[in-house]
Design a protein around this ligand. Structure first.
Ligand code: ZN
Length: 147
């Protein structure tokens, strides 16, 4: 029997090896460069917004397994979400990986696999980097840093 932590680890390893939506987007409406100086994670997030809805989202970059897996999982969940829903997910995800979040929240879905990073304060910034980039994009910024 695998315990939940093994399952979570497997999802993270899978998304790190085969990141979803890992590509440039030529017709993106927002592009944000994200940087986590603490770990050296770097990514570029591409968003295509249409009528207030995230029509497409992708990323490129390099970083540790947590940052890549988190970005990959984020792109999967954001497609088709409204800007308001994406903003709410940002808040919920932030709470999930810091301390107050609810792993069982159905809206977070597979993102629950990252709840474990709350035990490793130095990795929290890795997990939230792509989310900060997404939040910056929704606010019209082109740069995001975890500092
Ligand atoms: Zn990292």
């Amino acid at each position: 029997m695998m315990d939940l932590n093994d399952l979570y680890r497997e999802v993270i390893v899978d998304h790190n090896r085969n990141p979803r939506n890992f590509r440039e987007m030529a017709d993106a409406t927002c592009t944000v460069a994200g940087h986590n100086p603490l770990c050296g994670d770097q990514l570029t997030l591409y968003l295509k917004l249409r009528d207030g809805v995230i029509d497409d989202v992708s990323f490129q970059g390099s970083g540790c397994a947590i940052s890549v897996a988190s970005a990959s999982l984020m792109t999967e969940i954001l497609k088709g979400k409204s800007q308001a829903e994406a903003g709410r997910l940002f808040d919920k995800f932030h709470a999930l990986v810091t301390d107050a979040g609810d792993e069982a929240d159905p809206e977070l879905g597979k993102l629950a696999v990252l709840a474990g990073v709350r035990q490793y304060p130095s990795r929290i910034k890795c997990a939230v980097l792509s989310w900060h980039a997404m939040n910056a994009a929704l606010h019209g910024d082109t740069m995001a840093s975890t500092e």
